[in-house]
Design a protein around this ligand. Structure first.
Ligand code: ADP
Ligand code: ADP
Length: 228
């Protein structure tokens, strides 16, 4: 469902961040991009929803070139969870989660129900948290909201850039379990960036190991255990 064909990214200053990578991500797959800092993981993710343009090659989503998509359609259908918490400070938690559903003109009661369901999913009491501002939440709680905001309008594809890095170990494990459960039950395609091999082994259907802008290895966790 997502195919990278000879995709490269060279930034304006000449940095070759991604160097002619090829892979296909299947529908419903949990695909983990892993590698050392600076190897091109975030750049790869950002090209998928056109946050940055490609320098060379083509990315296809469901057989269509991403350059042919209406940009709103592409952004709405691809949820994105940032590494750094990026909630809008002047908006309530409910308003933050409802951004894309509002853009899609969902009915008010549908939005209300969806926000309730999502907050419950990550262990935040809806009555307590719905009307709070982000500054009234801990870092870990804000990051949970960042994750469920990306899921709000039921996107087919969810991009996650080290979404759990700011969480304490317990919350991290809880959210990892939630994400696995979610992905197995509703068959979303998730592309997940991390530099933590333990996290990758726990979450991934397939692990794509990057180094210096290139793909070094692409394998299932089982294959990595038997042929490291
Ligand atoms: P990772 O996510 O694996 O840490 P990135 O994709 O963020 O790696 O970065 C890949 C390389 O591109 C690094 O060398 C980084 O310094 C460089 N880079 C990232 N963003 C920019 C930018 N806007 N301009 C120039 N170089 C960049
Ligand atoms: P669009 O055609 O704009 O992409 P959708 O197909 O996502 O809209 O949704 C159609 C309607 O179904 C929306 O108005 C919304 O209220 C409702 N809906 C879709 N998904 C959900 C959901 N997960 N929870 C609650 N309501 C939903």
């Amino acid at each position: 469902m997502i195919t990278f064909e000879n995709v490269s990214k060279v930034y304006e200053d000449g940095t070759r961040a991604v160097d002619s990578i090829n892979f296909t991500i299947n529908k419903g797959e949990f695909f983990v991009l892993i590698g050392p800092s600076g190897c091109g993981k975030t750049t790869t993710l950002k090209m998928m929803n056109r946050l940055i343009p490609l320098s060379d090659g083509t990315i296809f989503v469901n057989g269509r070139k991403i350059s042919d998509f209406n940009i709103h359609e592409l952004r709405w259908d691809i949820g994105y969870v940032l590494q750094q918490i990026a909630l809008f400070p002047h908006m309530t938690i409910e308003e933050n989660i409802a951004i894309v559903p509002e853009l899609k003109k969902w009915k008010k009661d549908n939005i209300y129900r969806r926000v309730t369901e999502l907050l419950e999913m990550v262990g935040l009491d809806p009555d307590t948290y719905r009307n709070r501002k982000p500054s009234e939440l801990s870092g870990g709680e804000q990051q949970r909201v960042g994750v469920i905001r990306a899921l709000a309008a039921d996107p087919e594809i969810i991009l996650m850039d080290e979404p759990f890095s700011a969480l304490d170990p317990l919350s991290r494990e809880k959210l990892q379990d939630d994400i696995i459960h979610l992905q197995k039950s509703i068959k979303k395609t998730i592309i997940f960036v991390t530099h933590d091999m333990k996290e990758a082994m726990k979450l991934a259907d397939r692990i794509c190991l990057m180094n210096d802008g290139k793909i070094v290895q692409l394998a299932t966790p089982e294959e990595l255990i038997s042929h490291p």
